[in-house]
Every structure is written in C-alpha cells, then in structure tokens.
Design a protein around this ligand. Structure first.
Ligand SMILES: Nc1ncnc2c1ncn2[C@@H]1O[C@H](COP(=O)(O)OP(=O)(O)O)[C@@H](O)[C@H]1O
Ligand SMILES: [Mg+2]
Length: 333
C-alpha cells in the first residue's frame, strides 16, 4: 500500500507554493496527521524555510554528500551510476512531521530524467528507466513507511521540466496556487493540458510493463482545486485589476485543468477555489526569522497587539484550508 502524495504545483514562481507546503505541513501535523514533506525544487526554498543555515551546510557538505542519504539528491544519485536508491534519513521537524531536504545538486538530475523518459518503450530492459523515473516517489514512500506517515506533501520548482514531470507522475493529488493576474491565467492555460499529457503518457508507459518488478505510482494527479493569493495584487495594484483576473479563473480552471466546458462562475462561489490567501505582511518576515509557521508566532517572537490578533486569524484560515484539502482528498476520512 502506498502513501498518498499531494503536490502544490504551478509553473509560475512566486504564487506561494513553498509557503503553502510549509504551512500546510505544520497545520496537518498539528491536526494529528503524520506528514513527510519533500523538497523537489533544486532551489531548496522549502528546506531553508525549515532548517537553519548551519544544518543546511552540514546537509550539503561535499565531503560527505557522496556517501550520505540526507537529501533527496543524495538518495537518487547512485542511479546515475550503477547503484540503486538509498533509504532517506529524513529530518525530524516535530513528532509528526519530517522533511526530505532538497539539494541544489538536484538540477543535475534533470537531463538524466529526460533521457530515461523514452526508454520505458522499445526493446530494452524496463527496470532501470522505471526506477529512475519513479525515484522521487520511491524515496518519499520509503520515508513515509519509516515514519508511519498518512500523507506526503511535495514542493516543486516553477517549470514544466523533467524533474517536475517525475514529481507529478508520483502525485495522487494536485493543488494549484495562483495569483490573480495575466501571467497566472496564461500559466493555467498551459498547466492543465500538460498535466493531462503527463497523466496519459505515464499510463501508456505503465501499460507497457506487464510485470513490474517493483511498485509504480498511478500518476493520477487528481486536481483538488486552486488557491488564490491575494497579497501581491492587493498591495501593489488596484483592487479592480485583481477582480478582473480573479473573475476569469473559474472558467479557465474548468476548461484547462478539468477539460470541462468553460463556465462563468463568481470566484467567491466556485467550489474549486479552496481558499483566497490573505497577505500576512510583517508576520511573514517575523515567522521566517524564527522558522515557525505564521500561526505559531507568540508574543516572545514579537507578535503583540494587532499582530497577535492576526496570528489567531491566520490559524483559523490555515486550519480551514487544511480541513478543506483533507476533506477533498479523503485521507483517513
Ligand atoms: N500569504 C502570504 N502573505 C505574504 N507573503 C507571502 C504569502 N505567501 C507567500 N508569501 C511570500 O511571497 C513570496 C513567494 O512565495 P513562495 O511561497 O516562495 O512562492 P513560490 O514557491 O510559488 O515561488 C515569498 O517571499 C513568500 O514569503
Ligand atoms: Mg517555491
């Protein structure tokens, strides 16, 4: 039995993917779920949100990296030679949450993944290409089993490259963070067809290996819904512009991601809109400084007066979002 994987995905950067994975990982664990977070972005922003610099330095130390299994890249790297996946040594963040750290070296795995994609066909051996293409999924499943996890959360970089294709074929569920602007709408138009192509390409590959030698992910990539960031627009551009783009999201989401007829629905009553995320202003750097989610900030961290009210409000919002997501994916329902 494999553990479900939920990925926050958009080929656009700066829409809050990493911040959402970080906050949802903490919130789900507070709610009693056991979580493995995996950082599949070679920029490793999720990892630096969780871990202080001295720990990052030790993780990425060149002298020990070759032998280690502390980052996702260290776990999959033996595949580039003659070895197999290494069992990850995930970082414990709290009693119910652990992290498989990212690694800047992961960028070097991208070409290798591209090369193996066509090798699932033809007359050659199947074992190796399937092992490579599912490596991230295998590593996260190993960590999830070790830690008895209920759910795996994955953070990815902002592109439609081979690393993300591998991340997505290992995803059961996908949440799409968005901003209400032209770029996000354009991005969404590319994203939906790409997800559908990856899903069907993976199914064709799996069907071509009649007796797999190890478990393979289903590549279902079920769209759970989208989350609209309110922050950038509300601060830097008129509300009218935000409303104009926000009004188009429900229809584009339906046609592009769900392959359904476009339907003009008011964004506030769209069932696929999981949340509209507030701008948390000065709480953001305050929380980053102490490496905590916004909703755990205390007066000792500087969250006093109106800040303390905003922290309580953030907890309510993130909890509601976590409940909505869990309800949709029915983890341990
Ligand atoms: N709700 C929020 N309020 C204020 N700032 C936010 C919020 N969510 C994310 N940010 C900030 O916006 C920037 C981009 O967010 P990030 O999560 O890194 O996006 P992505 O992973 O999609 O590139 C970061 O500096 C982050 O701290
Ligand atoms: Mg990110």
């Amino acid at each position: 039995m494999s553990i479900p994987v939920l990925t926050f995905f958009n080929n656009k950067g700066g829409v809050g993917k990493t911040s959402l994975v970080y906050h949802m990982a903490w919130m789900f664990s507070e709610m009693g779920k056991r979580i493995v977070a995996i950082d599949l972005d070679p920029q490793a922003n999720l990892t630096s949100a969780f871990l202080p610099e001295d720990q990052l330095e030790a993780l990425w130390d060149e002298d020990t990296a070759l032998e280690g299994a502390r980052t996702v890249y260290q776990c999959v790297r033996p595949l580039t030679e003659v070895g197999d996946i290494r069992e990850p040594e995930a970082k414990q963040i709290n009693s119910r949450l652990c992290l498989i750290p990212g690694d800047l070296g992961l960028a070097g795995f991208e070409d290798f993944l591209s090369q193996e994609w066509p090798n699932c066909f033809g007359s050659g051996a199947r074992y190796r290409p399937f092992r490579v293409l599912t490596a991230f999924w295998q590593v996260s499943q190993l960590a999830a089993k070790q830690h008895n996890a209920d759910l795996i959360l994955a953070d990815v970089g902002p592109n439609l490259g081979a690393i993300n294709r591998s991340a997505l074929i290992g995803s059961n569920h996908v949440v799409i963070p968005l901003a209400a602007d032209l770029f996000s709408l354009q991005g969404l138009r590319n994203l939906g067809p790409t997800l559908r192509a990856w899903r069907s390409d993976w199914q064709t590959r799996v069907a071509n290996w009649s007796q797999p030698a190890f478990e393979l992910p289903t590549g279902s990539m079920q769209p759970v819904g989208y989350i609209v960031q309110q922050h950038t627009e509300r601060l830097s551009r008129p509300v009218k512009a935000y409303d104009k783009w926000a009004a188009r999201i429900p229809s584009v989401y339906r046609s592009s991601v769900l392959d359904e007829p476009p339907e003009a629905i008011a964004p506030e009553s769209d069932a696929y809109c999981l949340a509209r995320l507030k701008h948390y202003r000065s709480l953001v750097p305050m929380a980053q400084e102490v490496r905590k989610p916004i909703f755990q900030l205390s007066s000792a961290d500087g969250a006093i007066g109106s800040h303390s009210y905003a922290v309580t409000e953030a907890r309510t919002h993130f909890r509601a979002l976590a409940k909505t997501i869990l309800g949709r994916i029915e983890v341990l329902a």
